[in-house]
Each structure stands twice: as structure tokens, then as C-alpha cells.
Write a protein that binds this ligand. Structure first.
Ligand code: HEC
Length: 131
């Protein structure tokens, strides 16, 4: 393959990974995802059977933002142990900033074939202020 062809292929792949999305919020959401969520939920959001759930069409991921934010802040500790069927435990992510959480939650709601409204920083701030 010539260097030129390789370059064309590379730029196509880069482009395909970020379909029709403006640079900015969305890519930083993906960066947060890659750093803190991907090892468990996988690059394409499928999770791993019996270990951690898929985020595709997940009711919790796509539903009301307030319980979703609270869950991601606290992790599995937010759940009654009898509610979970997964062998892994999700850690709390309260160390992430309001803007990082808003970005990553917006990312998972608008990726993997999902299409739910964005999560705002204000919503994260409000959920964090809850006991
Ligand atoms: C160490 C593995 C691990 C990491 C890291 C992790 N999760 Fe999870 N996640 C889980 C497990 C396990 C569950 C299931 C919780 C349970 O039932 O206890 C879960 C559940 C979820 C759910 C609910 C899905 C559903 O339909 O029930 C969402 C949404 C979610 N995680 C988002 C995230 C986000 C966003 C991040 C990164 C900020 C993240 N997770 C990082 C393991 C992980």
C-alpha cells in the first residue's frame, strides 16, 4: 500500500468513528468514557454478559437523568444487592467533575445506537447536591 493510500484509509476511519458530530463536548465525553468506563462496558457499549450490562438501549442509561446521574456517582452501592444480577461491581464516579459527568452521560445516551437527550452540567450539580 502506498503511503498516500494508507493516509486516506486512516482519515476515513477517524472520520467514521465520529459520525456527523461537532468537535468538542462529544469527543470529550468519549475521552471520559474511554478512560473510566470502557474497560467494563467495552468500546461499543455492549458490556460483558453476566459481568456488566450493555449500555445499548439500557432503560437506566436512556431514562430520567436524575437517577442515572445518582447511580453513576455512587455505582453499585446505589443499588440493593438483591437488584443486581452482575458478578462485577460498578465503582462510584463522584471524583469526576460536573462537566466530565455531563459529557460522558451525554456520550453514552447518544452512542451505540442510543438517542436520548443530553445531560446538562446543571442536572449533574443538582443530583450531586441530593443526599
Ligand atoms: C469496574 C467495572 C465498571 C466500570 C469501570 C463502570 N461500570 Fe457501569 N456498570 C458496571 C456494573 C457491574 C453494572 C451493573 C450494576 C449492578 O447491577 O450492580 C453497571 C451498570 C451501569 C449502568 C446501568 C445500566 C443498566 O441498564 O442497568 C450505567 C448507565 C453505567 N454502568 C454507566 C457507566 C459509566 C458512564 C461509567 C464510567 C463513568 C461506568 N459505568 C463505569 C460496571 C462498571
Amino acid at each position: 500500500m502506498t503511503a498516500n493510500k494508507a493516509l486516506t484509509v486512516c482519515s476515513f476511519i477517524t472520520f467514521a468513528a465520529f459520525p456527523a458530530q461537532p468537535a468538542g463536548a462529544q469527543s470529550s465525553g468519549q475521552e471520559v468514557y474511554n478512560a473510566y468506563c470502557m474497560e467494563c462496558h467495552q468500546a461499543n457499549g455492549t458490556g460483558v454478559p453476566n459481568m456488566q450490562p450493555s449500555l445499548k438501549k439500557s432503560k437506566k442509561a436512556l431514562g430520567d437523568p436524575a437517577p442515572l446521574i445518582k447511580f453513576v456517582l455512587k455505582g453499585s452501592a446505589d443499588l440493593d444487592p438483591s437488584e443486581t444480577i452482575y458478578s462485577n461491581i460498578m465503582p462510584g464516579h463522584d471524583f469526576l467533575s460536573d462537566s466530565e459527568l455531563a459529557a460522558v452521560l451525554t456520550f453514552i445516551r447518544q452512542s451505540f445506537g442510543n438517542n436520548a437527550p443530553l445531560v446538562s452540567e446543571a442536572a449533574v450539580r443538582a443530583a450531586r447536591a441530593q443526599p
